[in-house]
Design a protein around this ligand. Structure first.
Ligand code: ACM
Length: 765
């Protein structure tokens, strides 16, 4: 029954009902709806041009896919055969510069489908589009209950906006199997992404077999254990005590490269240098300035031990890259270049002498020399390097392509200097960032990149001259895996955000529309489901925004991105269901308690339950003054201490939200209740994150005043700033005799030693 219902919806969607895009992702450059539909049947013939093995093979993949999904068996026929069957899918190789290397035309009529392309990649992308025009079951690998494999009649003309359409995967921090990587490539190809950036080496593991240097994998692919939770989560940091490792043999690498090529994906291997090299140094300590010993890193971050620019280091790297180039036939070798601390070079007599000999002014120039040597050598082998935007520092090497991750500035600078650039700015396309409310999500690196933010990314700034804009060859999303230990979580972090990325890099700028994309999301989810992708449903998440009213209530507005869902909520802590209270406008919360909400569609819960605490009190919405202004976040409005919403500490400490931090000084907040009121208690949220020197105060004190000048202390409690453990927000309540007051002053006394006091909500009752 459910299947049938889904199918009906697909039929409606598939006929172009209510829209004109066929629900395709990425949206094609042009799409025209036509009347009728083409129904695949057992006598449908695939007609292919003679002499093109590649196109014949591609036609075969269409037949294979249909068979795998339980569709009709199609026959492949050479087009030179004179017979002209009535019901055909014809592949036509055309010589048409307008189609470029990857473009295609797809003409679906009730009795025929014609696909035109100038190159095989074009046919491949036409097939990806054709699959999306079919019922989503086409993406499954078992016979389905679909009774009619219909394709809506339409005419599509399509080609990508950018030549470089990338997705990255870090397999160093966590290792992923060949079979998982293949599924990753399948998903990329399905979304018309064409470059897989494989981050193969880093401090926490070397993951590619190099025959000449066997210790790289014998030693460098294994770490003795892994940090638990976030970097500052626990004090002392906790480790799991479990050895961790993995690497790809050269045979496996070749298999992945072959698999990718069959999907028109180029693999760009990344071998990090001169930084992020601790795993290599653990294997070959003589390549580090101090000579070691080094240990494969067990926690995340940036390490000061890096490759030392000895001659033997260049020999080593060239021999490694020789094997890498043999495995990866693509034009690019990514050599990293990011986050290379200069301390070990500063302390090295060898480096200092080298700098004098080369007349280098500083260590940035030494890094530039390092990258320049590798660049020239790689170019001499007929390949090109890509490096992270740090390679601009100290002078950019002649043949280098810049991958801009610290915003788009580096990419623009490189493009202005006549270099190619690939945009991969953190705030838009780092898929290790949170994609929904961080208080509701599984652990992530930090940041906040919901799918709409990714969708809004524009790789080419408007004001760039055309000659410079042409240098921006594309964009890519990065998937760093410090906090992504499993295949399930990779898929959760990547999908559907990478579908938004696909549209950023494929669809013409003027063809993009968030509203339209949002509408295409739900049908797209059915395709991902059919493929067995464990994607995030954050798209359905209810978002809570709040404002504090001065009458002590918090006004909470709930919204959902999917316009066809309704919102159900509870205020008693119970799990909301399709039968809970229906959200119909602002919720007025005048006490402290939980609010839980979920999106519901057609009587069925479609998202995850979201749960927040809001705190209405006499202090809510009242003006607050901090005697010593908070310096983190810089210039923060102290009103966040009475905004009626609890803050959070997920991610790195820099990502704390709704929290005001002072350093060295006491945190002293004075709330003006605007009139004399009776107060009985004060509760204050205080962060303990001792790994980051955020400590509980040694004492909290409440004082009141009628005039704001003369204060009377009502209550003092001691706390233990030495207390260590897991990062958390502690919320002590100070009760006292009912007292009339207009001003309430809360002082959290800093324990000193350069520590921070960090305060969340102050509730006055
Ligand atoms: C990077 O994220 N360090 C390139």
């Amino acid at each position: 029954m459910k299947r049938f219902f889904c199918f009906l919806l697909v039929l409606l969607a598939g006929t172009g009902f209510g829209q004109n895009t066929g629900n395709l992702i990425p949206k094609p450059a042009s799409f025209q709806v036509r009347p009728g539909q083409f129904v695949l049947r057992p006598n449908t013939i695939l007609r292919v041009p003679s002499g093109s093995e590649e196109v014949i093979a591609l036609a075969g993949t269409l037949a294979d896919r249909l068979r795998a999904a339980g569709g009709p068996a199609l026959k492949v026929q050479n087009r030179n055969q004179t017979l002209t069957p009535a019901h055909t899918i014809t592949f036509v190789l055309v010589s048409d510069p307008a189609l470029g290397a990857e473009g295609y035309r797809l003409d679906v009529q009730p009795d025929s489908i014609t696909i035109e392309a100038a190159r095989p990649a074009g046919f491949f992308y036409a097939l990806q589009t054709l699959y999306q025009l079919m019922p989503p079951e086409i993406f499954g690998n078992q016979p389905s209950a679909v009774s009619s494999w219909a394709v809506p009649a339409c005419r599509i003309e399509d080609r990508p906006r950018f030549a470089y359409r990338g997705l990255h995967l870090d397999v160093s921090r966590h290792f992923f199997s060949v079979s998982f990587v293949k599924k990753y490539l399948d998903l990329m190809a399905f979304h018309k992404l064409n470059t897989f950036h494989w981050h193969l080496t880093d401090d926490q593991g070397w993951r590619i077999e190099i025959k000449r240097y066997p210790k790289l994998t014998e030693i460098g692919s294994r770490r003795k254990e892994t940090i638990i939770g976030h970097y500052y989560e626990s004090d002392p940091q906790q480790f799991d005590g479990r050895p961790y490792g993995g690497f790809y043999t050269q045979e496996e690498i070749r298999e992945v490269v072959r698999y990718a090529r069959e999907r028109y994906i180029t693999v760009v291997p990344e071998i990090e240098m001169p930084g992020h090299a601790v795993a290599a140094l653990a294997a070959y300590p003589e390549l580090g300035c101090s000579g070691g010993p080094y240990e494969v890193a067990t926690k995340w971050g940036i390490f000061s031990d890096v490759f030392c620019p000895y001659e033997k280091t260049f020999t080593f790297l060239q021999e490694v890259l020789t094997e890498v180039m043999d495995l990866f036939p693509g034009p690019y070798i990514h050599i990293g270049g990011d986050e290379c601390p200069k301390a070990s070079w500063k302390a090295s007599p060898y480096c200092q002498a080298l700098m004098r000999r080369l007349k280098l002014k500083n260590e940035q120039q030494l890094q530039s020399y390092f990258i320049g040597r590798i660049d020239r050598w790689v170019q001499s082998k007929g390949r090109k390097i890509i490096g992270w935007d740090e390679i601009l520092e100290g002078g950019l090497s002649a043949g280098a392509t810049v991958m801009s991750w610290r915003g788009t500035k580096g990419g623009i600078t490189a493009a202005r200097q006549g270099h190619d650039a690939i945009m991969t700015p953190g705030e838009f396309v780092y898929f290790d960032y949170y994609q929904s409310d961080p208080t509701q999500e599984p652990l992530a690196f930090g940041g906040f990149t919901p799918i709409g933010k990714t969708y809004s990314f524009e790789p080419v700034p408007e004001d760039l001259p055309a000659a410079v804009a042409r240098r921006i060859i594309g964009a890519q999303a990065n998937v760093w895996t410090e906090y992504i230990p499993t295949p399930e979580k990779v898929e959760y972090m990547v999908w559907p955000r990478a579908a938004a990325l696909a549209e950023v890099v494929w669809t013409p700028r003027e063809g993009k529309s968030w509203e339209d994309f949002s509408r295409r999301m739900r049908p797209h989810f059915r395709r991902l489901e059919a493929m067995g992708v464990r994607f995030s449903r954050a798209f359905f998440d209810v978002v809570a925004e709040s404002t504090a009213a001065t009458d002590g209530t918090v006004r909470v507005r709930l919204t959902a991105k999917d316009p066809e869902t309704e919102i159900r909520y509870t205020l008693d802590g119970s799990e909301p269901t399709a039968l809970s209270l229906l959200y119909a406008g602002l919720i007025h919360q005048n006490r402290t308690g939980p609010l839980k909400a979920v999106a519901v569609r057609n009587g069925t819960v479609v998202g995850e339950v979201q749960s927040w605490w809001f705190a209405g009190s006499k202090g809510t919405g009242k003006p607050v003054r901090l005697t010593t202004p908070a310096i983190k976040p810089a210039g923060v409005d102290p009103g966040l201490l009475t905004d009626g919403r609890y803050g959070y500490t997920t991610g790195y400490l820099a990502d704390m939200r709704g929290i005001a931090q002072v350093r060295t000084a006491d945190l002293e907040a004075t709330i003006d209740l605007a009139r004399v009121d009776t107060v009985r208690s004060v509760r204050i949220g205080l962060v303990r994150a001792t790994a980051g020197n955020v400590r509980l105060p040694r004492q909290v004190e409440v004082a009141v005043s009628g005039d704001g000048r003369i204060f009377r202390t009502l209550k003092t409690v001691s706390m233990n700033p030495e207390e260590r453990g897991r990062k958390e927000i502690v919320r002590p309540t100070l009760n006292f005799e009912p007292t009339p007051a207009r001003f309430v002053r809360v002082t959290a006394r800093n324990a000193g030693a350069g520590g921070w006091v960090a305060a969340d909500e102050i509730e006055v009752n």
